[in-house]
Design a protein around this ligand. Structure first.
Ligand code: ADP
Ligand code: ASP
Ligand code: MG
Length: 582
């Protein structure tokens, strides 16, 4: 007998017939001798309709009232699912998040789960009932027990958190696709189902736009070792297993707040190469990284920030053992590209903070930048992924940087863990079409500047996605400055501009440039570590489709490119094909 948590998404409970089909599956699992806890979403597009309804009443719905409104969707479906189960002769009971005791922070609309008391549920389970829990909602742990919601798509997170708190043997996410696919099948019909994926890969994919799992659900599965499977509601196929690295632990408290950052990583054996003033047109990145791949030089970070005029700067790092080979090659490519300037810094270090807990927590990156700034350490380049922020600094500063970062986040220095690398270097590709790009020009090139800017955004609770501090420095009125670009949700642009305004004045930065229509395409796979040529293949696929790359940021297991919003879907399709994922 196993304890199984099953979560059914909106489409799966979208009609009375579907609710009956879901009830049959639940009853069957129960009759096989298992204890079942069910988590359900609101029916079909209910949540969207409720959002639309609120907008029809006011432009600025208070967040608290939004939670009152949106939480009703799930309350409808738990009652109906419980009725359907009972009509099949199986005892069942429906419970809201509050009744289960899903305690969250008091942040309306994006609350994180703090604690779930398993005893309330176990009481019903032991009495032979199937418990049907409302996903996406909880109550604040403060005295007033306010109804909170977890953020769109949050029912997955409810399910995995319940599985963690109960020490369930399995958490099954039932949805309208047969599992996790190489990309969104709605955009690329040839997408293929994966048998398994690591939590690291899934975290990146989920945060980069693969809606099939809420990233915070993956974070909990990873932190507490919850066995997790994504499967179809319509078939009996096995679906996709999401593999977590560690052993099982059952959380006592702070389910979603236990670890913001897992550790600090450092690599002080890097060389930084920058090509400055290369033409801003399709094919340039492809040319450069193809040459490096041919020479079998493994590239670590790649950073291309916003273009200045009609040229770009592309910077990348390689291991110091490749210094002698990369130097002539960089000059040769620069000549072939029509005379770009080459800068080589043979002694840089990459320090990174890693952790799934930084997703959606705007303060984490700014804490890192401020800690380095306070220690007088200048950041040369920044590149972020969803679960990692990396800064390039001069190598002699590395030990001090590690010290202050470990202290700031209360963690220790860890070796970088590329994870298991089975098979293809690229497992999945994702598209995030709803991004805007902001660039702050002429930020003073001195310790602390980035920290101040991102702290202001964090204090305004604005989540920033891809942060890129570019290679290019300009000297304006005797001051050395650098541009910093980042992406954010397009709806957050006005608030970000407002939050930055005072800091821009104090730091005496240049203008802010906004590009409201961009899409981010990304490739993800643990197998790309130590495999030269993966990034080149991506850039070539985009070049072949005549798609210009506006920004590039990488981590060990992903490469993201910004492209024009109108080319996003085409980019995704070309990349999917280029990596033969179909
Ligand atoms: P649910 O209502 O069951 O939670 P969602 O709509 O939230 O379902 O998520 C499932 C959808 O995610 C699929 O219908 C699919 O269009 C989309 N999707 C995006 N990327 C992927 C991917 N890599 N694998 C599977 N589905 C994906
Ligand atoms: N009903 C909520 C939403 O549509 C939560 C969920 O479905 O996961 O966002
Ligand atoms: Mg969902």
């Amino acid at each position: 007998m196993a304890l199984i948590v099953q979560k059914y998404g909106g489409t799966s409970v979208g009609t009375p017939e579907r609710i009956q089909a879901v009830a049959e599956r639940i009853v069957q699992t129960s009759q096989e001798g298992h204890q079942v806890v069910v988590v359900v979403s609101a029916m079909g597009k209910t949540t969207d309709s409720l959002v639309a309804l609120s907008k029809a009443v006011t432009d600025t719905p208070p967040r608290r009232e939004m939670d009152m409104l949106l939480s009703t969707g799930e309350q409808v479906s738990i009652a109906l699912v419980s009725m359907a189960i009972q009509s099949l002769g199986q005892p069942a009971v429906s419970l809201t998040g509050g009744q289960v005791g899903i305690l969250t922070e008091a942040e309306h609309g994006r609350a994180r789960i703090l604690h779930i008391d398993p005893n309330r549920l176990m009481h019903h389970i032991k009495a032979g009932r199937v418990v049907v829990v409302a996903g996406f909602q909880g109550v604040s742990s403060s005295r007033d027990l306010e109804i909170t919601t977890l953020g769109r798509g949050g029912s997955d997170t409810s399910a995995v958190a319940l599985a963690a708190a109960l020490g369930a043997d399995l958490c099954e996410i039932y949805t309208d696709v047969p599992g996790i696919l190489t990309t969104d099948p709605r955009l690329v019909p040839e997408a293929r189902v994966l048998n398994a994926i690591t939590c690291e890969e899934m975290l990146e994919l989920a945060s980069l736009g693969a809606k099939v799992l809420h990233p915070r659900a993956v974070e909990i599965a990873r932190n507490f070792g919850v066995p997790l499977v994504v499967r179809s509601s319509w078939t009996d196929e096995p679906g996709t297993e999401v593999r977590s690295p560690g052993p099982r632990t059952i959380p006592r408290q702070d389910i979603e707040m236990s670890r913001l950052v897992d550790g600090v990583e450092v690599d002080d054996q890097q060389v930084k190469v920058a090509l400055r003033h290369v033409a801003d047109r399709p094919g340039v990145a492809a040319h450069l990284f193809r040459a490096l791949a041919k020479a079998n030089i493994n590239v670590d970070l790649i950073i291309q920030s916003i273009h200045a005029g009609n040229t770009n700067d592309i910077a990348f790092t390689v291991h110091r053992r490749d210094l002698a080979r990369v130097t002539p090659l960089a000059h040769q490519v620069a000549t072939e590209l029509g005379g770009a300037e080459v800068d080589i810094d043979p002694q840089v270090a990459k320090v990174s903070i890693v952790g799934a807990g930084m997703i959606g927590r705007p303060g984490v990156a700014s804490t890192m930048f401020s800690a380095l700034g306070d220690a007088g350490i200048n950041i040369q380049l920044i590149s972020t992924s969803e679960i990692k922020v990396s800064c390039i600094i001069i190598a002699p500063d590395a030990p001090r940087a590690v010290g202050v970062l470990c202290q700031s986040f209360g963690v220790s220095c860890v070796a970088s863990t590329p994870g298991e690398t089975d098979g293809a270097p690229v497992r999945g590709v994702a598209l995030d079409p709803r991004q805007a790009q902001m660039a702050i020009l002429q930020v003073p090139d001195r310790p602390g500047a980035a920290g101040r800017l991102f702290l202001a955004l964090a204090q305004a609770r604005i989540s920033v996605d891809m942060i890129i501090q570019s290679q290019r420095t300009t000297v304006t009125a005797g001051r050395v400055t650098r541009d910093i670009a980042f992406t954010l949700h397009e709806e957050d642009v006005p608030a970000a501009q407002q939050a930055l305004e005072p800091v821009l004045q104090t730091l005496d930065c240049g203008p802010v440039v906004v590009n409201p229509s961009i899409a981010k395409v990304s490739i993800v796979g643990t197998g790309m570590v130590e495999k030269p040529g993966v990034a080149a293949q991506l850039f070539e696929a985009l070049a072949a489709a005549d798609i210009n790359i506006q920004m590039i940021a990488t981590s060990e297991i992903k490469v993201s490119c910004l492209v024009g919003a109108d080319r996003g879907v085409a980019a995704l399709q070309h990349i999917h094909q280029a990596f033969a994922l179909e």
